[in-house]
Design a protein around this ligand. Structure first.
Ligand code: PMP
Length: 392
């Protein structure tokens, strides 16, 4: 049997990590993999998470199975964090292994409910989106998203393409902090997106992986809340990997908003999907998140830490934009300061990306996506000078 397997293409980011690891040069800079790092290059465990873990170690009496949908308290806390109050009656939800698990379960739910639907993806998007869709044998299409010339959202292209979506199609939207570009619609543009998709009778699927990494916890949820309030049916796939820094604990949630009269059946289908794929979702990370969100002191501590993370990335963005302005003597890269989240797509060619790696030891993804958190105050001017050199 196993002889029938073909080799799978290597994951580009994992390949990049391996190349970086094997590079003997001092001063190499890793802007590839999408995890937050502090100024020392560490992805720290948040103090609020550590505190919750300590309490959990002291108080946890059993590790028997939880519910198929996860602990109700986790689901309620996450629905509150993402949507605010007032959605309990419309929201069915399941805990999932990370945001990836939530995306996978969302797509599986779509496959059960609307097997013929096309899932629309931004071009570009997080590569796991098209890859899982292809693996599940679902139909997909792309809508224009990024204007490489300006580094901003190609809003005219986006609206034109979303205007061709068929009734019942699913449109995947990054709720905030678009990966890989870093470019995001304005509040007014979100309203226009909603208006077009409502007119087309489309179903939004929001991927929310960076709440709190852009403009703030509440601000980053605004687009998702607008969508939740505007459509009869919405799917939301959210991740706690980044904003709680619990990447390896695999903590996410899929929320399905629909008519209250359909909630029980929707919930049953979400439970069914968890059962088919892995039975009970991972509990540890979800429990830590619940403990943090249910305790006022821990919530305050977590919000303070998350805000430090966000501010650190904003400061790096501003100083990189300034250094690039100086080094290139142009405003070409000013968009770096306007982008939000962990990433910015710089708009360099693949040859320039390769040259940066080979000549300057700067590692970024082939599409010129950089992880802002991979920088610190020392490496910002080094990166700016290296970029100025390769663009000549
Ligand atoms: N969606 C997007 C857009 C992402 O960037 C990520 C993380 N790379 C995820 C979902 C899911 O992350 P995880 O499974 O680690 O929670």
């Amino acid at each position: 049997m196993l002889e029938n397997l073909n080799a799978q293409p290597q994951d580009k980011i994992l390949q990049l990590i391996a190349m970086y690891r094997d590079d003997p040069r001092d001063g190499k800079i890793d802007l590839g993999v999408g995890v937050y790092k502090d100024a020392t290059g560490l992805t720290p465990v948040m103090r609020a998470v550590k505190a919750a873990e300590k309490t959990l170690w002291d108080t946890e009496k059993t590790k028997t199975y939880t519910g198929l949908a996860g602990e109700p308290a986790y689901n309620a806390a996450m629905v509150g964090l993402i949507l605010g109050a007032g959605f309990a009656e419309r929201a069915a939800s399941v805990a999932t292994p990370g945001g990836t698990g939530a995306i996978r379960q969302a797509l599986e739910l779509i496959k059960l409910a609307a097997p013929g639907a096309t899932v629309w993806l931004s071009n570009p998007t997080w590569p796991n989106h098209p890859s899982i869709i292809k693996y599940l044998g679902m139909k997909s299409a792309e809508y224009r998203y990024f204007d490489a010339a300006t580094g901003e959202v190609d809003f005219a292209g986006l609206i034109a393409d979303l205007g061709t979506v068929a009734e019942g199609d699913v449109v995947l939207l990054h709720g905030c902090c678009h990966n890989p570009t870093g470019a995001n619609p304005t509040a007014a543009q979100w309203q226009q997106i909603v208006d077009v998709l409502k007119a087309r009778k489309a179903i939004p699927l929001v991927d929310l992986a960076y709440q709190g990494f852009g403009d703030g916890l509440e601000e980053d949820a605004q687009a998702t809340r607008l969508i939740a309030n505007s459509f009869p049916e919405v799917l939301i796939a959210a991740s706690c990997s980044k904003n709680f820094g619990i990447y390896r604990e695999r903590t996410g949630i899929l929320i399905a908003l629909g008519d209250a009269s359909r909630k029980a059946v929707t919930q049953g289908n979400l439970n069914f999907l968890n059962r088919q794929n892995y039975s009970f979702p991972p509990d540890h990370g979800a429990r830590l998140v619940t403990m943090i969100l249910e305790d006022q002191a821990l919530t305050t501590q977590w919000k303070t830490e998350l805000e430090e993370v966000r501010q650190n990335m904003l400061t790096l963005r501003q100083s990189l934009a300034e250094e690039l302005r100086r080094a290139t003597n142009s405003d070409r890269f000013d968009f770096v300061a306007r982008h939000r989240g962990m990433f910015s797509r710089l708009g360099l060619t693949e040859a320039q990306v390769n040259q940066l790696r080979e000549e300057a030891g700067v590692y970024m993804v082939g599409d010129s996506r950089i992880n802002i958190a991979g920088l610190n105050s020392q490496t910002v001017p080094i990166l700016a000078a290296a970029i100025a050199k390769v663009i000549g």
